[in-house]
Unconditional design. Structure first.
Length: 148
């Protein structure tokens, strides 16, 4: 298994990623166009765990510059149910952390639903600490190509 950064997607990679996004959150409709835009975005570093030519997990590091410094948001960390329990999520996260260290100084943040117990345990084992804050959401619709 290797971790690679994706910048473009083949048709089979799109299908594999669509299946992973369905596992991550079946309530969010993801399209091939949205996936292509995400991997092509210059501020998003989209990493995939690849085994025997197939994507079995993924995670992204989204970078933004703020007046207080560079921030990275870890997003959409998911491993195929058939590949779980093999440390792939840990390897993806360690890869992202290593990549982010090369951009230091940087603050890396992530959010995770409480129901994702194993993921939350992993993040804490990797050194992430809970941060007391309010999280607010305001869903707005826009064309996927305008999101980068």
């Amino acid at each position: 298994m290797e971790i690679v950064e994706l910048h473009t997607l083949t048709a089979s990679q799109v299908e594999e990623l669509l299946a992973l996004m369905e596992v991550l959150d079946p309530t969010v409709p993801v399209t091939a166009e949205v996936l292509q835009a995400a991997v092509a975005c210059e501020t998003t570093h989209f990493f995939a765990a690849v085994e025997e030519g197939h994507i079995i997990g993924c995670a992204s590091l989204c970078l933004t510059r703020h007046p207080l410094g560079l921030k990275g948001g870890v997003e959409d960390v998911v491993v195929s149910p058939s590949a779980r329990g093999r440390g792939i999520g840990r390897k993806l996260m360690e890869h992202i952390i290593g990549y982010a260290k090369g951009l230091a100084p940087i603050e890396v943040c992530l959010t995770s639903r409480p129901s994702r117990v194993a993921a939350n345990q992993l993040y804490q084992a990797l050194g992430f600490r809970p941060h007391q804050t309010n999280v607010y959401k305001l869903p707005l619709s826009a064309d996927a190509s305008d999101n980068c």
